[in-house]
Design a protein around this ligand. Structure first.
Ligand code: SAH
Length: 563
């Protein structure tokens, strides 16, 4: 919950705008401000104060206790010009909140945390539990001092400017270890604890067997991703309570599924009770991984709880990211977030150039020239399999005549894959031309590199017969000059020479150009590979210099009816 506090009429007006946009996230604290701040500080995860920074500093100073637990505080000035992340920039999320508040109110976000200002991911913002010398190691990263990364388990971390050797270290491990003097330990969620319990087993006993198993094996409880058990124990209070105490989800599996898992220590008791010879070991192993702690029983006599611990291999992450047609403001915020998150970026050199300034220090860039598509796809997948966070980029939408399909054809289910859609060239061009795609339309690539010309021509013919608006991608290059005229002549067999045709070159790029012509008037020699060509259907018109395809053939009548 975000607590909102204001003192003046202008502050209250801005506060109400925020509350109206985020009704479920915000709560207004009325009354004397000192008291309102105190109450909000105690009750909320974040505060937005429509007050001077000086006032807020004085009010929250006595309340501050611990930057990992304190709420994040953002101040907005009387004129609504700035949203200042005051305290709790990382732990309390104030930096992110300042940006969000800024976006809603049209205020400039002011973020002074060093790691954010220079684009290095804060060690305490990676979404992993962190221990050790966060401030000292962050400063070393910022100052460019060598910081070594010691990853004992593979995990898709965001980029960090790390070196092979260094006086400072970032250690990624699920092992129980005290951080050294100049060390930060990150705890990836690699461990799965399978648990079994008899009816009514006390929570303390379940928790006890888990904690002793982890301790004896030298494993950190902070790396536990989840508890796992059989469906029949879904509501067993001792297990549910232990999961809650560890702060992890409880996942359950059907007994038949567990019965099929090969385990070292099956037994008859669970087979009779719940229908599988193993609960703890099987539930821990069912999604694969390495058994670190075989089944062990709780200390009580008779024992009522069992557990087993498995380390799952770190899953790499492949984000297939569309960059849009060119302009920075047509790059989606989600694409931008994925670019910042990736530690390895794979793409065509010209596309890498398009977003190089957005990459965080330490991002490894694997660029290649035109043509090396299969190789790029393979590289991206291999890096993800090694546990890296990889972004594979493409212009427009990465799934349209681009890298997504070759990459996913290579990928197996041992990596996570996310796709980020982008504005494809046909849409960018359509918006420039007017509304050419107002009714059914297709895209056809005229590149016969991967597709035999007979197939392409058959599709053009089908589009012509079906009266579809057609956007040609890859329309013409130096070595491929007869395909476009041929395709246009097929369309001309079914459409009037006066049919509108839009030609857009470098949509949304600095040297964008576009023109509207006709099927009879288009000179193919003016078209190149930076261009898309959109040919209207029999209903498409040129209206006030724009290309417009009516939404339906009943359009005219419905317009008349509306009158
Ligand atoms: N994935 C891309 C398409 C790649 S195929 C997308 O979704 O847009 C390459 C072809 O796309 C080019 O030959 C050209 O026809 C078209 N294209 C890509 N970007 C363009 C732009 N900004 N302006 C005009 N055409 C573009």
């Amino acid at each position: 919950m975000i607590g909102l506090i204001s003192a003046t009429a202008a502050g209250a007006a801005a506060r109400d705008r925020l509350a109206a946009v985020w009704p479920d996230r915000t709560r207004v604290y009325d009354g004397p401000v000192a008291d309102a701040v105190r109450r909000a500080f105690a009750e909320c995860e974040q505060l937005v104060c429509f007050l001077a920074t000086g006032a807020v500093v004085r009010l929250v100073a006595p309340l501050l206790a611990d930057k990992t637990a304190d709420p994040g505080v953002v101040c907005v000035d009387e004129a609504g010009r700035y949203a200042v992340a005051l305290t709790g920039g990382h732990g309390g999320g104030a930096n992110g909140l300042a940006r969000e508040v800024g976006a809603v109110l049209g205020a400039e976000p002011v973020v002074t945390t060093a790691t954010d200002a220079v684009g290095i991911a804060g060690l305490d913002t990676l979404g992993l539990p962190v221990e050790g010398a966060v401030a000292a190691v962050s400063r070393a990263l910022l100052d460019g001092e060598p910081v070594a990364l010691r990853a004992e388990v593979a995990w898709p971390l965001p980029p960090l400017p790390v070196a092979a050797e260094g006086a400072y270290t970032v250690r990624v491990t699920d092992r129980l270890a005290e951080p050294a003097a100049h060390e930060v330990v990150l705890r990836p969620p690699t461990l799965v604890v399978g648990v079994g319990a008899s009816k009514g087993a006390p929570e303390a006993e379940v928790l006890g067997v888990i904690e002793s198993a982890l301790r004896d094996a030298g494993l950190s409880a902070r790396s536990v991703a989840e508890l796992a058990t059989v469906d029949a124990k879904r509501d067993e209070p001792g297990i549910v309570g232990a999961a809650a105490r560890l702060g992890v989800p409880l996942v359950t599996y059907p007994a038949e599924e567990l019965a099929a898992v090969g385990v070292p220590n099956p037994s008859d008791a669970p087979l009779a009770a719940v229908g599988t010879p193993s609960v703890a070991e099987a539930a821990a192993l069912v999604r694969g991984g390495e058994l670190l702690v075989p089944k062990r029983k709780s200390a009580a006599s008779p024992a009522t709880a069992t557990c087993a611990v498995v380390r799952r291999p770190g899953r790499g992450r492949l984000a297939v990211v569309g960059l849009g047609p060119g302009a920075r403001d047509l790059l989606t915020p989600r694409a931008r977030a994925e670019l910042e998150r990736a530690s390895v970026l794979v793409g065509l050199d010209q596309y890498v150039d398009q977003i190089r300034d957005l990459l965080r220090p330490g991002t490894r860039i694997v660029e290649s020239g035109l043509g090396a598509e299969e190789e790029r796809a393979r590289t991206a997948v291999e890096e993800a399999r090694r546990g890296q966070a990889v972004a594979l980029i493409g212009s427009g939408d990465a799934g349209v005549y681009a890298m997504a399909s070759p990459a996913l054809a290579e990928a197996s289910d041992d990596i996570d894959v996310v796709g980020v859609p982008g504005v494809t060239a046909a849409l960018a061009a359509g918006a420039i031309l007017g509304a050419p795609l107002g009714h059914d339309h297709v895209s056809i690539s005229l590149s016969d590199l991967h597709t035999p010309w007979e197939v392409i021509e058959r599709r053009v013919r089908a589009a012509a017969e079906a009266d579809l608006v057609v956007t040609f991608y890859n329309p013409r290059s130096r070595g491929r000059d007869w395909q476009l005229p041929k395709a246009l002549s097929v369309l001309a067999g079914h459409r009037d020479p006066a049919t509108p045709v839009g030609v857009v070159r470098n949509a949304s790029r600095p040297d964008e150009s576009s023109r509207l012509t006709t099927l009879g008037g288009l000179d193919p020699a003016t078209v190149d590979m930076m261009t898309v060509v959109t040919v209207g259907n029999t209903a498409t018109r040129q209206i006030a210099g724009r290309m417009v395809t009516p939404r339906g053939y009943r359009w005219q009548t419905s317009q008349e009816e509306a009158r």
